[in-house]
Design a protein around this ligand. Structure first.
Ligand code: ATP
Ligand code: MG
Length: 388
């Protein structure tokens, strides 16, 4: 049963997904806005288009007639997905899931208003004046995020009233899309944050992976680890919320559901209807199937009997320091010599400061203190230098 998959977005997560698909004989066309993107390097074919351009999307869908459309990023003209579903193409996990998560508003209103999940108190604003009013309502400190952005772009924390004007300007700069609108969220004083990888299936129950802990800096994750230390009560709350929100979005596939764990309970934050960057820790062999294999199997309606923890592990990102059209790496021999350690270099054709170029992966037997593994992964990642 060879299926044709149109992968929209060809970064490092897409690349691992293509590798998983290749391993079981599927056909993938990888799409992105630039040539030689990581996933294109391992796919059967590729297309370079602006995925926010609906006509360009229509054209490649008509050309390739895929069985599945698998979005890997948010910045896609997802309104078109409803049409593709009507044409009989399966959008993964569903047109609704991709469309609702393209913009922070739809998913947040669904979670808070329709599903009554615990979220940070929030308001929206479309001008500096509205932001002033919204901040007064949710209180200081609070976090401002453009509705259309990811990786922390345009996101800032308001600590005093004097920050409001700055936060608006910063959000405008970091926003993608035509109309600028922001969400203002009360700051959650969490003890830790987790990603709960959740797999919805056509032929089986919803499965939950062991929780993944992570640390964020500049809006991107720096290290992630599995299993995260989560109480049974918090785990039950998170699973219940993940089940509700993934059920409401529909379809089969893997979701990365983000939660804040605070003294007062678990907060739903946001979710990706696709493999999550913090889930790269599963490339360390922490589970019987990594997150990309789980996504693929769920999409192909191959029943997943169970997800099991096989090892404890951590991932630490390898970042570029400067701009380059030909980035090279040094230190590979050093990281390769470390025990219980592996790494990925994504093959991105260009670098810029803080661009994620690779990841270090460390694992050990279950029960090893995860802090030790995280520390080892940071040391391993630091051995690799991205040269300009
Ligand atoms: N209300 C909040 N209170 C406290 N911290 C927050 C809040 N909202 C976001 N953060 C912090 O900022 C990080 C990024 O926020 P969020 O996940 O909403 O944005 P993002 O840009 O979509 O990130 P990504 O796409 O990389 O997941 C969170 O993981 C968390 O560490
Ligand atoms: Mg996030």
């Amino acid at each position: 049963m060879q299926k044709k998959i149109l992968l929209l977005g060809s970064g490092e997560l897409g690349k691992e997904f293509v590798i998983a698909a290749q391993r079981i004989g599927q056909k993938v066309i990888a799409v992105d806005s630039y040539e030689n993107a990581p996933a294109m390097q391992v796919a059967h074919g590729f297309e370079v288009i602006n995925m926010l351009d609906g006509a360009a999307l229509d054209a490649i869908v008509a050309k390739h007639k895929p069985d599945f459309i698998v979005p890997e990023i948010e910045a896609i003209r997802t309104e078109r997905f409803y049409d593709y579903e009507k044409q009989g193409i399966t959008v993964v996990p569903s047109a609704k899931a991709a469309n609702f998560t393209m913009n922070r508003k739809a998913i947040r209103d669904l979670a808070t208003k329709d599903l009554s999940l615990r979220t940070a108190n929030y308001r929206y604003a479309t001008s500096a004046e509205e932001l002033q009013k919204a901040v007064a309502e949710v209180g200081i400190p609070c976090v401002v995020k453009p509705l259309m952005s990811s990786s922390g772009k345009g996101q800032s924390t308001i600590k005093t009233e004097a920050d409001i004007e700055k936060a608006w300007k910063y959000a405008v700069e970091g926003s993608r899309g035509d109309v600028v609108e922001v969400i203002v969220e009360a700051f959650v004083n969490f003890n830790s944050e987790i990603t709960l990888l959740t797999v919805t299936q056509n032929n089986g129950p919803t499965l939950f992976c062991p929780p993944i802990g992570h640390r964020q800096e500049r809006g991107d994750y720096q290290e992630s680890w599995q299993p995260a230390n989560v109480t049974d009560a918090a785990m039950a709350e998170a699973q219940d919320m993940a089940r509700k929100v993934t059920e409401a979005l529909g379809g089969a596939g893997l979701f990365g559901v983000e939660f804040f764990l605070a003294d007062e309970g678990v907060y739903f934050s946001e979710l990706s209807p696709r493999p999550h960057d913090t889930g790269m820790v599963t490339l360390a062999g922490t589970q019987n199937f990594n997150e990309f294999e789980l996504h693929l199997r769920a999409i192909l309606s191959l029943s997943i009997a169970e997800v099991t923890l096989e090892k404890a592990g951590a991932s630490a990102v390898i970042l570029a320091s400067g701009n380059s059209d030909n980035p090279t790496f040094s230190g590979i021999e050093k990281i390769a010599a470390l025990p219980k350690t592996d790494f990925r270099l994504f093959g991105k054709p260009t670098s810029r400061p803080y661009r994620r170029m690779g990841v270090a992966l460390v694992s050990d037997v279950i029960g090893t203190p995860v802090e030790e593994i995280v520390q080892k992964s940071k040391i391993a990642a630091a051995l690799i230098n991205v040269n300009k």
